[in-house]
Design a binder for this molecule. Structure first.
Ligand code: DNO
Length: 345
């Protein structure tokens, strides 16, 4: 296991030297943010990030995300050229020692929350989701960190229209087509692809979502069996779907989990939840049980603490401040150490 920390590049208010000071931290998870989705990431942009990380004693082995162009998800005629560009980006990243790429296949929007500052009794704030508030939200005016918004807002309406003819099955076929197209580059460079689950794991604004739980994974691995076709096990995203048994899934897919996003949520309704501190006792997910299942079943991937609460009056990006994620990293490293040592006995 390697503990990592998401860093939004040079515009991230959190300096790399702070990240390095978190105990057990090996590297950052980052991305090139100056290149529109669909274009090849140029070696010069990758090298810039790579050098900054190395100067600060941190590795850059995980990328989150290389965005997938909407035409690939829609299966448009331009997709072969765009898939070739994606494969070239994979080769360019491989040349800088990247080992894992996190991506998602959610149409148009990435992760979604309905409130970014839900206040807890202790005064901290965190992100939350209330299903009935979603209907009142304007898709034209949503922004969250890490979203690829290069197409917005002009193309948004026509994109939403284009998806009207895309069923769940069609979207899944387009994912398989994409993965088959890039697998040779992954095998050649040794890079593992790690698809992020849909967050939350159900349809949004009438758009299909297909990576929602165990059935999706069974289909995905059957369609593209190469081990380079793996997953980002995001406990908060999958955990929002009450039907998902995360301890069971962590054990079952330990070898396919190339990247784990570990975080906690507390349910407040059938489809509603609020994000919480990482510890098992802070919410409804068995973080200890998940870590134990991963370790016992031979997980050997990257881990990062996921969304943190806003604490100690930090003015950070929603979910991506320093303090609570650093606490989360230290807690998770402690769990991995304890479970790992018990296992070796
Ligand atoms: C949210 C993140 C997602 C994730 C992408 C991966 O906090 O987990 O934005 O980075 O879905 O492509």
């Amino acid at each position: 296991m390697k503990m990592t920390f998401r860093w939004y590049g040079e515009n991230d208010p959190i300096p790399l030297r702070y990240i390095r000071q978190i105990p057990g931290m090996t590297g950052v998870v980052t991305a090139v943010y100056d290149t529109p989705a669909g274009n090849v990431w140029q070696p010069a942009s990758i090298e810039r990030l790579y050098s900054l990380c190395r100067e600060n004693g941190l590795e850059m082995e995980v990328i989150e995300s290389v965005p997938v162009h909407e035409d690939i998800k829609l299966g448009a005629p331009s997709r072969d050229r765009l898939i070739e560009n994606y494969a070239q980006t994979i080769r360019n990243l491989g040349a800088f020692g990247v080992k894992c790429i996190c991506y998602n296949f959610m149409p148009v929007f990435d992760w979604l929350r309905t409130d970014l500052k839900t206040k807890a009794a202790d005064g901290s704030t965190s992100l939350s989701y209330r299903h009935e508030q979603l209907a009142q939200m304007d898709p034209d005016d949503l922004h969250l960190p890490g979203w690829d918004e290069s197409y917005r807002p002009e193309q948004l309406r026509s994109l939403l229209d284009a998806y009207k003819s895309i069923s769940h099955e069609k979207l899944f076929d387009n994912l398989v087509y994409f993965l088959r197209g890039i697998m040779p580059a992954c095998v050649q460079t040794g890079i593992n692809m790690a698809i992020h689950p849909d967050d939350p794991p159900w349809d949004m604004f009438g758009l299909p979502r297909i990576i929602t739980g165990m059935q999706s994974y069974e289909k995905l691995f059957a369609a593209v069996p190469e081990i380079n076709n793996g997953i980002t096990f995001c406990t908060g995203s999958l955990g929002a779907g009450r039907e998902n048994d995360l301890v069971d899934m962590a054990g079952r897919y330990a070898k396919r989990i190339h990247f784990a996003h570990l975080r906690q949520i507390k349910y407040s309704g059938e489809l509603d939840f609020t994000e919480a501190g990482h510890m098992t006792s802070c919410g409804d997910l068995d973080i200890f049980g998940i870590v134990r299942a991963l370790v016992k079943n031979g997980f050997d991937g990257y881990v990062r603490p996921d969304h943190g609460r806003n604490i100690w009056d930090e003015d950070g990006k929603p979910g991506y401040g320093l303090y609570d994620r650093a606490l989360g990293a230290a807690y998770l490293s402690g769990l991995f150490e304890a479970v790992g040592k018990e296992e070796k006995k």
